[in-house]
Design a protein around this ligand. Structure first.
Ligand code: LLP
Length: 403
């Protein structure tokens, strides 16, 4: 049991806590599910890119899925080996491509034909052969929130199957490109297996047709997207997930790459915030807390649900409903709407759950609010893994330019 009150007293709020034992257990569940084949789990560090979180997963054997050269460098800095790092993203700058090639990472994942030529050019300038994969957009509806759906032609990601085939042939004929991977990622917070299986089948058929052309795909990258439970969702079991993918791979000798973010870190995370005041506007009750949408934007941005609990008081059916809101000057600055909470007092502690993925990483300094501190809990011990941002931190890159 985590002693939230003691940790809030020790580190103050707003505060992110990550249970490293949970992250480890999730990693091991997934690794175990894939054990019948060669696999590498490349943690999608966009979900939570704290160096200590990356190192924790790296030490367990994970690689990293990165979406900018900044993320590649974060992964390397945290000690992840270059040959376990993949670099995706629809818009890579030449400098990013060049640096990724110099750092000799496992794969650059191409998302357009135009990008293929840029990568070829950069590889030529370095006299290198770039290991590439191509992100296939299978045009399959993943049945998730439209903002986190990525596998439909109307989404900007990847290329259609026919274009992918053309690109593989071009790459095969280039002295500077080595097409050894294939990739798909149809969306995030997936709770239905059938779209994943359908995509895997389409992409594995493409791998078979490439084999006939002497293009030998070694890495079959199934992306990320495994959903988790925020409320009452029924997440996909990792074993069923692996079996569904395996069932599409008969006759193929490939290493499976998998890029989970949320699955590994979301439910390791707790966001702690203290009550400042309560008030009512007419009949409407508000609980105002010391954290805002700048700290955790998912409810404001996606109307995402995060469970909110109060520490040290019981919530009963008799309690009235309230909105839990922050101090930021936006009506969209809320964590929960119309939830029941007992009467709160100044300094009561609230916990916002499932806060380990896409929460801190999407935080900002809006309203000149310093980012929260981050703490790891591992085997019963807690330790600071990121300091609370100070006013000095926030003005550091501007103050020398004051005229
Ligand atoms: N691989 C690729 C190519 C991706 O684009 C993503 C996520 C992942 C892997 C990891 O997906 P995951 O396993 O975490 O579902 N900010 C949104 C989520 C955006 C996801 C973007 N891509 C949210 O807060 O829900």
């Amino acid at each position: 049991m985590i002693n939230f009150q003691a940790l809030s007293d020790k580190y103050d709020t707003p505060l992110y806590l990550y249970d490293f034992d949970h992250i480890k257990a999730q990693y091991e569940r997934l690794k175990e599910a894939f054990k019948a084949k060669k696999s590498l789990i490349c943690y999608a560090i966009k979900a939570n890119s704290n160096l200590s979180v990356i190192k924790h997963l790296g030490d367990l054997g994970a690689g990293c899925d990165c979406v900018s050269i900044g993320e590649v460098n974060r992964a390397l800095y945290a000690g992840v080996k270059n040959y376990k790092i993949i670099f995706s993203g629809v818009g890579k700058r030449d400098e990013e491509i060049k640096e990724a090639l110099e750092k000799d990472i496992l794969l650059i994942n191409l998302e357009s034909e135009a990008e293929l030529y840029r990568v070829e050019l950069q590889a030529k300038s370095l006299d290198k052969k770039a290991r590439i994969s191509i992100r296939v957009n299978p045009n399959i509806d993943p049945k998730t929130h439209p903002y986190i759906s990525t596998g439909l032609h109307e989404n900007k990601f990847g290329v259609d199957i026919d274009s992918a085939k053309r690109m593989y042939i071009k790459a095969k004929n280039s002295p500077y490109l080595d097409p050894i991977g294939i990739h798909f990622h149809i969306g995030s917070q997936l709770t239905k297996l059938s779209p994943i299986k359908e995509a895997s089948k389409l992409v594995s058929d493409l791998v078979r047709s490439l084999k006939v052309l002497n293009i030998d795909i070694k890495f079959f990258d199934i992306g990320g997207g495994l959903g988790v439970c925020y409320d009452d969702e029924k997440p996909i079991d990792p074993y069923d997930y692996a079996q569904a993918v395996f069932s599409t791979l008969s006759g193929l000798d490939v290493t499976i790459l998998c890029e989970p973010g949320r699955f590994l870190s979301a439910n390791s995370g707790y966001f702690l915030t203290k009550v400042l005041y309560e008030k009512t506007n007419g009949d409407k009750r508000f609980v105002i807390v010391d954290a805002g949408m700048n700290d955790l934007i998912r409810p404001s941005l996606y109307d995402a649900y995060h469970k909110v609990e109060i520490i040290g008081k019981d919530t009963t059916d008799e309690d009235t409903k309230c909105d839990v809101v922050g101090p930021v000057c936006e009506s969209g600055d809320f964590f929960a709407k119309n939830i029941k909470l007992p009467k709160t007092d100044h300094d009561d502690l609230l916990i916002i759950k499932s806060a380990g993925a896409y929460c801190f990483t999407m935080s900002s300094n809006y309203n000149t609010r310093g980012r929260a501190a981050e703490v790891a809990i591992e085997e019963g011990n807690d330790r600071l893994i990121r300091k609370r941002e100070s006013f000095e931190d926030m003005i550091a890159l501007e103050k020398d330019f004051l005229k």
